[in-house]
Design a protein around this ligand. Structure first.
Ligand code: DQA
Length: 146
């Protein structure tokens, strides 16, 4: 079973960027960990990151076309990208699972982070558990597919 694990803008800076909020583990380490968590559940997890909104949209189209489930940390796109939301809706409407992930708890932060335009079309959301949020998302997918 294929899973696209998509990361939005600035997440390539994990470990360097605001470690008080996002921790000190690097993006490269996340890629390694996610592949391992996938292996534990027989899921082929393809981890990607982009700062580009159109690339995220295209990857969501790819998920539909290749029948891959999605774990996505849309980062700041969470709060305003209707293009990404519309692409995400195509994923779940086509019967695939899409788990929204956040490292921090956006609801405990600035008001502009309290809105997620993607939550309403996601299968579910996991937030606030550091990089553990991604591990829980892999687990949630595996459970839902079992
Ligand atoms: C984030 C939360 C967003 O508000 C923020 O823009 C990010 C990361 C998180 O993982 O906690 O870049 O999605």
């Amino acid at each position: 079973t294929s899973v696209l694990l998509l990361n939005g803008p600035n997440l390539g800076r994990l470990g360097v960027r605001e470690p008080d909020v996002y921790g000190s583990t690097s993006y490269a380490e996340l890629v390694r960990l996610a592949a391992r968590w996938g292996d534990e559940h027989d899921l082929a997890v393809d981890v990607r990151q982009t700062d580009d909104e159109s690339e995220i949209v295209h990857w969501l189209h790819e998920a539909v076309d290749t029948r891959a489930h999605v774990i996505i940390n849309p980062a700041a796109f969470t709060h305003y990208s209707y293009a990404m939301r519309d692409a995400a809706a195509q994923v779940t409407k086509s019967g695939l699972l899409l788990v929204e992930v956040h490292i921090s708890n956006p609801h405990a932060r600035e008001t502009f982070r309290h809105t997620s335009v993607i939550s309403g079309v996601a299968t579910g959301t996991i937030a606030g558990f550091g990089l553990g949020s991604y591990r829980l998302a892999v687990q949630a997918l595996a459970d839902a597919l079992a």
